[in-house]
Design a protein around this ligand. Structure first.
Ligand SMILES: Nc1nc2c(ncn2[C@@H]2O[C@H](COP(=O)(O)OP(=O)(O)O)[C@@H](O)[C@H]2O)c(=O)[nH]1
Ligand SMILES: [Mg+2]
Length: 383
């Protein structure tokens, strides 16, 4: 749903603008004469179904289940958070059939229409202005438009006639809804083997060095670093240098078999952190190699490292691609390189996985923090 206000000297002129920009199907939400003497017409149009981003999200993970009353669609089952598999990708059906993703999209559109019809029939038309204002505020902060609309809609649905125009109420409801959908977890709090996976150059090796220093020096834990990144020249050297400075052993494993025996050798350690080569979710061969790593030990936990400066659609693609291994937590890097943190929220909601670490610079070991829910909610709604 896209809502926009058009201003013209006459209603007819405003309507002409609406028709030109939004087309014949635009829904007129309100018409009023402003103090300036001009006419303001608020119009809405449904999503463009051909938009690739909408189809990406339509896997259902940006729905808004729970809360009061029936809601437009369901969020991922909380039971899957931290456990089961990630949402499947939008598979196309056979020719002539609608894919489940498109069917879901159509269902959502129907629900959106009903929502707006109800809003108008209840004479909550001024609410459309608040809706647009809040929608703009959140999307400007990088929150996915679909996610914004879902939580906004559920906030409006929960509101009584009195507080439907109370921005404070609406925002706190939205924050609570998003809070239900995000979580945090420190995968290094307990002993074990944690492999860091993700696209190339996001900061996996640097993050591992920061974590190794934090755990070995500050927390006095016994650490071993293993690297499987033998694809790039000097990739393993990078980790070896860090290991030497921090004073922890670093081993290179060229094959999954070698990795298994390295893990065996370091059984006495509190934590074994595994560095891996950067992979593209688009490369099936590279992704297949991940299965071999995952098959070494069922206890191996995976942390998916992503750059917070990556476009939403690439982040979503990585989440889906890396879901072939049991991703246990997420890390977002490069927070220092931007000021819009909405994509972290979008990706966390889509992945339905807890966030572990946030990094904001190149300095080892300083530029890392263990994620807190408060910090994440601040990304959704900055103070
Ligand atoms: N600005 C910034 N740079 C980072 C951050 N994390 C890593 N880097 C830099 O990104 C580059 C690639 O990091 P690296 O750890 O080798 O990435 P990998 O390929 O995923 O292992 C290096 O120059 C790092 O210093 C971060 O949080 N912020
Ligand atoms: Mg690396």
């Amino acid at each position: 749903m896209h809502i926009k206000k058009f201003t013209g000297a006459t209603v007819k002129e405003a309507m002409r603008m609406i028709k030109a920009e939004l087309g014949e199907d635009a829904l007129i939400l309100s018409t009023k004469r402003a103090a300036t003497g001009l006419y303001e017409v608020v119009a809405a149009i449904d999503y463009d179904l051909s938009s690739p981003m909408d189809l990406n999200i339509s896997d259902g993970t940006f729905g808004s289940g729970g809360g009061r009353g029936p809601l437009p669609s369901s969020m991922p089952d909380r039971k899957t958070a931290g456990g089961g598999s990630l949402p499947p990708s939008a598979a196309s059906g056979a020719r002539g059939e609608l894919s489940p993703a498109i069917e879901k999209e159509l269902k959502e559109l129907k629900e959106l229409k009903e929502f707006w019809r109800a809003l108008i029939s209840q004479s909550k038309i001024p609410a459309t202005e608040i809706f647009t204002r809040l929608e703009e505020e959140f999307t400007n902060n990088g929150i996915d438009r679909r996610l914004t609309q879902k939580v906004l809609m559920s906030a409006f649905k929960s509101a009584t006639a009195e507080n439907a125009s109370d921005i404070g109420y609406l925002k706190s409801y939205m924050k609570n809804r998003v809070s239900e959908r995000i979580s945090v977890k420190d995968p290094l709090a307990s002993k074990g083997v944690v492999a860091f996976v993700g696209p190339a150059g996001v900061g996996k090796t640097t993050t591992i060095a920061k974590l190794a220093a934090m755990q070995a020096i500050k927390r006095k834990r016994k650490i071993a670093l293993l690297t499987m990144d033998t694809y790039r020249i000097a990739a393993s050297e990078q980790l070896k240098v860090y290991g030497k400075i921090i004073g922890v052993p670093v081993e290179v494993a060229k094959t999954p078999g070698e990795l298994a025996s390295c893990i065996g050798v370091h059984r006495d350690k509190d934590l074994i952190l595994i560095d891996t080569a950067g992979r593209s979710a688009r490369d099936p061969e590279q992704m297949k190699q991940l299965d071999e790593i995952a098959s070494i030990s069922p206890e191996m936990r995976f942390n998916l490292v992503l750059s917070s400066q990556t476009r939403d659609d690439s982040l979503y693609e990585s989440v889906r691609g890396f879901a072939r291994v049991p991703i246990d937590s997420l890390t977002f890097t490069r927070l220092d390189e931007g000021s819009v943190y909405g994509p972290i929220i979008n990706t966390t909601v889509l992945a339905a996985r807890p966030v572990a670490f946030l990094t904001s610079g190149q300095s080892v070991p300083e530029d890392i923090e263990i994620a807190t829910k408060e910090r994440l909610l601040n990304f959704f709604m900055p103070n």
